[in-house]
Ligand binder design. Structure first.
Ligand code: AMP
Ligand code: ZN
Length: 467
């Protein structure tokens, strides 16, 4: 498999540390608001990557954080705490906000058929890990204390900017929402590992630490969670392009300084989704969520297909016109697949389907070319070379990665079987009642109840309801 690696700026053959377990870390959401559909584009790309790795035979161990503390308005540790901002906005506690938006985020993942990472860890559940890591960084002299805060000294590293290729002085710290100078830092490019003093003293969540009551910086969360769950050598780390600097740059700095060796070989970044006004961002106030799309009549699968139509490393412009085109395409292919599925005939000829399997895989293995992989899917639907059984077999296989709900579950057959079973049970029960064997009659009712089937006795017959 070939993947573009932000670290080397090349598309390279992916070689894992251990073929029997690929370790993958993907930065999770800051749960102070709903995810916007731009955020969700990044999670779709990561989902495709994980599923492709599985498809080509690699077991993946993947971890993701939920940021519920430490992420300030600017990614470079200045400005107001995002969680606090959310809590104030809604007049709730930080933890209430975190719980609510974490659940909303999970609903989005479910709606979009995005597989949840095997390990999901809240930032607030790993405070001891951050403290341990910061203590080591202080011992090794990579970190320093100034006015109550602990900072990472980026000048202690030769290649702090290895991910971005920037020279130290060229880089402005920070960048998303304005920069504020922090006079405690030795250099403005240094970043915070632990805060005990911030301009915003009403920080709700604080923990005791060797440096006083405080809270962790945002960047340390991902390094510590990744090392805790995935070990000292990480295969792939992903995120959106805005994470490259400063977040991932800082993750590399503190992880490698702590571990004393190279940490992660492959860094993959998804480009942004923009709207007509520019980058989609929550700080702008209004932003598009998946629920808004649903309310407007777009199945989440249409948004997933909208994303898969373009390459993850290209900026994608959102528009309802394109969504409408995608909707038409999606409905058309679903109709065709439905017809194919209802007329399955023939035998599977392995050699015939192999050609399509290879081509589909080749496209995805070429730096996740989902658009070309979709073209192979459309060819399968159209071709006269394959019979319907072969087509459905391929479509189901491709959908393990695409996850577009292409083939409806075989409701018809299941329903028929279920219907016969229930009717049979109803017959047995009425016989039991006639025989005054009420124990058996109750037993039958309970057996059905366990399967969420409720019997309703009317004057002349018994009806049923399935939950
Ligand atoms: P956040 O919740 O802001 O920490 O972001 C969650 C994920 O979404 C990160 O991987 C970001 O890099 C990514 N992201 C943020 N904005 C966009 C966007 N407009 N398009 C695509 N991904 C984004
Ligand atoms: Zn992260």
């Amino acid at each position: 498999m070939r993947l573009y690696n932000t670290l080397t700026k090349k598309t390279e053959e992916f070689i894992p540390n251990n073929k029997n377990e690929i370790t993958m870390y993907t930065c999770g959401p800051t749960v102070y608001h709903y995810a916007h559909i731009g955020n969700l584009r990044s999670y779709i790309f990561e989902d495709i990557l994980e599923k492709l790795l599985n498809y080509i035979g690699y077991p993946v161990k993947r971890a993701m954080n939920i940021t519920d503390v430490g992420h300030l308005s600017s990614d470079s540790d200045s400005g107001e705490d995002k969680m606090l901002k959310g809590a104030k906005r809604e007049n709730k506690s930080v933890l209430e906000i975190a719980e609510f938006y974490t659940n909303e985020f999970f609903k989005n993942l479910d709606d979009l058929n995005i597989k949840k990472p095997e390990i999901i860890s809240k930032a607030t559940d790993n405070i001891d890990e951050y403290i341990k890591m910061i203590e080591v960084l202080l011992e090794k002299d990579y970190a320093y204390i100034a006015n109550g805060n602990v900072y990472f000294d980026i000048h202690k590293l030769k290649d702090y900017y290895q991910l971005t290729n920037h020279k130290i002085d060229e880089m402005v710290v920070g960048v998303r929402e304005g920069v504020e100078e922090d006079s405690n830092k030795r250099s403005q490019a240094d970043f915070v590992l632990w805060f005990t003093k911030s301009k915003f003293d009403d920080q709700e969540l604080k923990w005791p630490s060797p440096w006083g009551l405080g809270y962790p910086g945002w960047h340390i969360e991902c390094s510590a969670i990744s090392i805790k769950y995935l070990g000292e050598y990480l295969d792939i780390h992903c995120g959106g392009v805005d994470n490259i600097f400063p977040h991932h740059t800082n993750e590399i700095a503190q992880s490698e300084a702590y571990l004393g060796h190279k940490w992660c070989n492959f860094w993959c970044h998804g480009e942004h989704l923009n709207d007509k006004t520019g980058k989609m961002s929550k700080s702008k106030g209004e932003f598009l969520t998946l629920d808004v799309l649903k309310e407007k009549g777009y199945d989440p699968m249409i948004y997933r297909l909208f994303c898969l139509n373009s390459h993850y490393r290209k900026t994608l412009l959102f528009s309802y016109e394109i969504m409408d085109d995608v909707k038409k395409t999606y409905e058309k292919i679903k109709r065709k697949i439905h017809q194919i599925n209802n007329n399955k005939t023939g035998n599977i000829r392995k050699e015939e389907i192999k050609n399509y399997q290879i081509r589909f895989k080749e496209q995805l293995e070429n730096d996740l070319n989902t658009a070309n992989a979709l073209t192979v899917l459309y060819e399968v639907i159209k071709t006269e070379e394959l019979n319907n059984l072969e087509k459905i077999t391929l479509i189901e296989e491709f959908d393990q990665i695409l996850s577009l709900n292409l083939v409806e579950k075989e409701k018809k057959d299941i329903d028929l079987e279920m219907k016969q079973y229930i009717e049979n049970m109803i017959l047995k029960r009425s016989q039991a009642k006639q025989d005054k064997n009420y124990e058996l009659a109750d037993q039958i009712r309970n057996e059905l109840l366990e399967k969420n089937i409720t019997l309703i006795d009317t004057k002349d017959s018994t009806k049923y309801e399935i939950e």
